[in-house]
Design a protein around this ligand. Structure first.
Ligand code: ZN
Length: 248
């Protein structure tokens, strides 16, 4: 755990293009120009990250910001579920929906923006890396002029608890479909988010550039285990052991 003080991503601002990366549509609410700028800056940052890996022309990320909690619940079909979401991305509608009544709605917009962008380069993205990357970006500190990586210390704390229990089978976890991932997340609030975020952070820290390579290999049709073994040049069992040990 002691090595997890910071996650450094070197992302160049290679273009001064006037492209608009986000389109936030407030419904029954308002969003300030400053907040719009922050969402735009974060989207640009993420696009630049993925442009280092994939050759693609990003399409604008559409976000409906919902002002009434009841309306959001209806849209998310989560009015009856145990744990409520604060936002979601609908790949077929190519649109994100965010509950404005939540305090962290800006962070949720950074999170959903990642889903929208990764789906452009990797439509079949596995759940663990899709959510892990969103969790990673959502906690970054964003201002108009700079974006600073930050960590979610609470999740590492929770991960330490899970690692201590020896109940995690990482190989199985990485193979979960999005719905299986969600189902597991419902058994203990935030479980799947915690494991995904912690594992992605571990990869960034211990194997710099491995995430870039994993994403490339996934795009080429490898499964998660094959992609991880290729990128780290290690057997998966070894990686699993290193992860659990690092988190304890
Ligand atoms: Zn998500």
């Amino acid at each position: 755990m002691k090595n997890y003080f910071c996650i450094v991503l070197f992302i160049g601002y290679c273009s001064n293009s006037l492209a608009q990366y986000t389109n936030v549509n407030p419904i029954n609410c308002k969003i300030s120009d400053h907040e719009k700028e922050l969402v735009e800056a974060m989207a640009k940052y993420q696009v630049n990250y993925y442009k280092r890996i994939f050759d693609f022309e990003p399409t604008t990320v559409n976000i409906d910001l919902i002002g009434k909690h009841k309306d959001y619940l209806k849209l998310s079909h989560s009015s009856t579920t145990k744990y409520k979401t604060a936002g979601f991305y609908n790949p077929s509608a190519q649109k994100a929906f965010v509950d404005k009544t939540r305090n962290a709605y800006l962070k949720t917009m950074y999170h959903e923006t990642q889903h929208a962008i990764i789906h452009q380069v990797l439509p079949n993205v596995p759940a663990w890396i899709n959510e892990g990357m969103s969790e990673l970006f959502e906690c970054f500190e964003v201002s108009k002029d700079q974006i600073k990586p930050d960590i979610q210390g609470y999740k590492f704390y929770k991960m330490k608890e899970y690692a201590g229990k020896n109940s995690l089978n990482l190989r199985t976890f990485l193979g979960l479909t999005h719905s299986q991932w969600q189902e597991l997340n419902g058994t203990e609030e935030g479980y799947s988010y915690t494991v995904s975020y912690s594992f992605v952070s571990f990869l960034f820290m211990k194997y710099p550039n491995s995430v870039d390579m994993i994403l490339q290999k996934l795009k080429q049709g490898r499964n998660s285990i094959q992609a991880i073994e290729y990128a780290t040049k290690k057997e998966f069992n070894q990686i699993e052991m290193e992860f659990i040990t690092a988190m304890r």
